[in-house]
Design a protein around this ligand. Structure first.
Ligand SMILES: [Zn+2]
Length: 382
């Protein structure tokens, strides 16, 4: 059995050890040392990465009590090696894991429900609970968790004997036998856990509960702790300030200004559509009784292109085509013929003008990538 240095000191970032074995596998070289501070994946916490000597450790797992380091290259059996783990990465996991325990403990205490899933992703951390939790309740949990963080309470980790263990009201995902490692956040949580944790709650720094959504029989909560929470808040604050500057609103009030802009936009769109329709009607009058209509416009919306083609179809019995220049070498189009069948034409046009789109037999919409000249040429003898 590898001596587990991460249990002696979860802050140990470098150590020396002896290479006991080195075997090639599908995942690279599997190296076992006599002692290791590399935490092996478990309890929702990813395995550590780092270096053994000059050899990169990509991942760490535990197999039958041995800590297996998955390495890019081989190492000589018997060699004495200096090892370093990627401690910034590990400390981030410690912050996330300890934060998760605090939140799970507080939720368990308040709702009596269990953490039934925990995933520490590269970007976010999720916890699943087997009960309903409202956003309001979640905010209360977040406030309480942060207050406990700022009290900087020490974290207590111990292996109680069977008798002491049976008297402990600890959380656990499964029935445990043999030695059980208990991680206690005093006043917050007592849980069986194999992971690495911070020394005291202050090191978590900050907990941010981002969202709660229905998931399976309960909810999934997305959360961040420590530096990840700080980075998130920084990004949110930068966004808030930048949006506020665009809409001339004070920090924290941009949503009202944006809502007002949205309402104005709806109003402007409504009036624009009405005015466009009047203009389209006048344009269409010119094609009264014509055999075909090919009209070029610029910067129309997809809906505008459709409405103009529709107006033309009321006056002209032939093929009515509207192309609107997007200003980037592409055109939106709408093409229609009252009671006509344009499927073959549209197919041919898309092929000839690098286009895409379709619709009903008598009406199609899409876009083409070509010049106005190419479009005119295509319709010349049609
Ligand atoms: Zn844990």
């Amino acid at each position: 059995m590898t001596e587990k240095l991460y249990y002696l000191d979860p802050y140990m970032s470098s150590f020396n050890a002896k290479v006991l074995s080195c075997a090639q596998s599908k995942k690279g070289w599997e190296i076992v040392l006599d002692r290791s501070a590399f935490y092996p994946e478990g309890g929702g916490q990813p395995g550590d990465s780092g270096y053994i000597g000059a050899v990169r450790v990509e991942d760490t797992h535990e197999k039958n009590g041995e800590i297996v380091h998955y390495c890019a290259e081989a190492l000589e059996v018997g060699a004495e090696v200096d090892c370093t783990i990627d401690f910034d990465r590990r400390f981030d996991f410690m912050q996330q894991h300890s934060g998760e325990h605090m939140v799970s403990g507080l939720i368990h205490e308040r709702f009596g429900c269990d953490n039934v899933g925990f995933h520490m992703g590269k970007d976010t951390v999720t916890i699943d609970f087997n009960c309903a939790i409202s956003e309001e309740a979640l905010r209360e949990i977040e406030i309480k968790a942060n207050a406990l963080i700022w009290e900087n309470r020490p974290v207590h980790i111990f292996w109680p004997d069977a008798e002491a263990l049976s008297a402990l009201p600890y959380r656990s995902k499964k029935e445990l036998s043999g030695e059980v490692r208990i991680v206690e956040f005093p006043g917050t949580d007592i849980c069986a856990c194999c992971g690495t944790h911070v020394r005291s709650t202050g090191e978590i720094g900050l907990i941010k509960l981002l969202s709660v959504h229905p998931f399976r029989e309960g909810v999934r909560i997305e959360m961040l702790s420590g530096k990840r929470a700080y980075d998130y808040v920084t990004t949110a604050a930068d966004q808030c300030r930048s949006i506020g500057a665009m809409v001339s609103a004070k920090f924290g009030t941009a949503d009202k200004a944006v809502k007002r802009l949205q309402e104005e936009l709806v109003d402007v769109n409504y009036r624009l559509t009405a005015m466009e329709n009047r203009v389209f009607e006048v344009m269409a009058q010119e094609y009264e009784g014509a055999e075909k209509a090919l009209v070029f416009e610029s910067r129309l919306s997809s809906d505008g292109v459709r409405r103009l083609a529709d107006a033309l179809m009321q006056r002209c019995s032939g093929v009515c085509a509207v192309f609107s220049d997007n200003g980037d070498g592409s055109f939106k189009y709408a093409i229609g013929q009252k009671d006509g069948d344009l499927r073959a034409l549209v197919k041919e046009m898309n092929a000839a003008l690098s286009g895409r789109g379709g619709g009903k037999p008598f009406f199609a919409q899409g876009s083409v990538n070509c010049s106005e000249e190419d479009i005119k040429k295509f319709f010349e003898n049609r």
